[in-house]
Design a protein around this ligand. Structure first.
Ligand SMILES: [Fe+2]
Length: 406
């Protein structure tokens, strides 16, 4: 057992207002943060097809806060989106920003706010190498309030922002772009269609799972950007896993069910806290690599690889993997640890099937000759927190097991 005094870990989370109707608090909370004139950044679907922005602006108007809306985002934020939104912002004086939407809108708001505040020569200065200069954001950005409309990325409580540049996903990673406040109102998520609910919900699940199964903190090299798992991460990620197991099916197929939507919204926030510290590893490495090559959306592309990952990790971390099975509702009484651990993979397969997931990579026209490329891309990024070395043979095994899930 490690001596707990031999290592140090941190903890960070965005302050939160959570609950049905929480959006009504926006105006008052913005005032407390000193916001009198704000730019709302959102996507065209949220703006045109939901009443979320109406709720947001009504609350701002009640407090006499001036606002503008940039609503041109159409998918994951690209270089062009950053330039256009920033151009729009620069024409006026804003003392705060509000990101409304999925992780895409919130990530874009983080970058726009940082650039608005510090005016770098290019926004790419803040993106990690090789896509940008990897420069640190010089200090606090203008107060940023995140209002998620999906329950997946956890962007409302992370220090990351992902921008598509040169056909790759580049990340800005800095404590200063963490939102100052998250307003999570399950009412803002009820119009999410089943496919989006399933994909984003599994993304949140994967964040919690990878955080939970990450190497423990005392085995992570000092100075790493991630902490790996520890007792605090375990506590948070176990709850997120349990909430997803309990409510993702209902949230997917009965979208107006506010109990299920509340569980999923909380799960995504908790999972965001957990992975922002502990870090992601195998599933996101493989999922993002294959997803980028085959054009599969983020949640689906990571979710597909979870069952195979759990099979690989079951004999390595049997105790924790068995706990995952239990949290997902499997009866593990009387089973030895190893048997119980293998039920986790089964539980996730059942969940994926129930929420309408594609039955493996075979549904995406994957050819045998593409596998070496998937492997090569998956192992590109080192992951010091991975419970299993991300070797070509491990990744290949995971990919082959994912061709058909049931
Ligand atoms: Fe993710």
């Amino acid at each position: 057992m490690p001596n707990v005094f031999n290592y140090v870990f941190g903890f960070r989370a965005t302050p939160l207002k959570f609950g049905v109707g929480a959006t009504e608090l926006l105006g008052k909370e913005a005032k407390k943060l000193g916001i009198n004139s704000t730019l709302i950044i959102t996507d065209s679907t949220i703006y045109e097809t939901t009443d979320v922005i109406k709720r947001v602006t009504e609350s701002l108007e009640k407090e006499g806060i001036k606002y503008d809306i940039w609503k041109e985002l159409k998918g994951e934020p690209t270089e062009e989106d950053v330039i256009n939104a920033l151009d729009y912002a620069m024409k006026k004086d804003f003392d705060g920003f509000i990101g409304v939407g999925g992780g895409s809108s919130i990530d874009l708001t983080k970058i726009v706010d940082a650039c608005y505040t510090y005016k770098p020569s290019s926004f790419k200065d803040y993106l990690a190498k090789p896509y940008g200069k990897g420069e640190a954001i010089p200090g606090p950005i203008k107060p940023l309030i995140a209002i998620p409309t999906t329950s997946g990325t956890g962007s409302e409580t992370t220090r990351a922002a992902v921008i598509i540049t040169e056909n790759a996903k580049a990340t800005a990673y800095d404590d200063f772009i963490m939102p100052r406040l998250a307003i999570i109102d399950p009412l803002n998520t009820i119009t999410m269609p089943p496919k989006v609910t399933a994909g984003t919900g599994i993304d949140a699940f994967t964040h919690a799972l990878e955080a939970y199964l990450a190497k423990p903190t005392h085995l992570i090299p000092p100075g790493s950007i991630v902490t790996g798992s520890n007792s605090l991460i375990d506590l948070i990620s176990e709850k997120a896993i349990e909430l997803v197991g309990k409510s993702l099916r209902v949230a997917t197929w009965d979208g107006k069910n506010l109990d299920a939507r509340s569980d999923m919204a909380l799960a995504a926030y908790l999972a965001g806290i957990a992975f922002d510290s502990a870090g992601l590893h195998v599933v996101h490495s493989v999922g993002q690599a294959v997803g980028a090559i085959k054009g599969i959306s983020h949640g689906i592309s990571v979710g597909l690889f979870v069952p195979a990952f759990l099979e690989v990790v079951a004999p390595i971390c049997p105790e924790k993997t068995a706990r995952v099975a239990k949290l997902l509702g499997k009866d593990i009484k009387g089973l030895d640890k190893r048997e119980a651990a293998f039920l986790a993979s089964e539980a996730v397969r059942e969940l994926l099937k129930d929420i309408g997931f594609p039955n493996g990579l075979s549904e995406f026209d994957v050819k045998e000759e593409e596998i070496p490329k998937f492997v090569e891309e998956s192992i590109r990024r080192p992951r010091v927190n991975s419970p299993v070395a991300i070797l070509p043979e491990v990744v290949e095994q995971i990919i082959r097991k994912t061709m058909k899930l049931w």
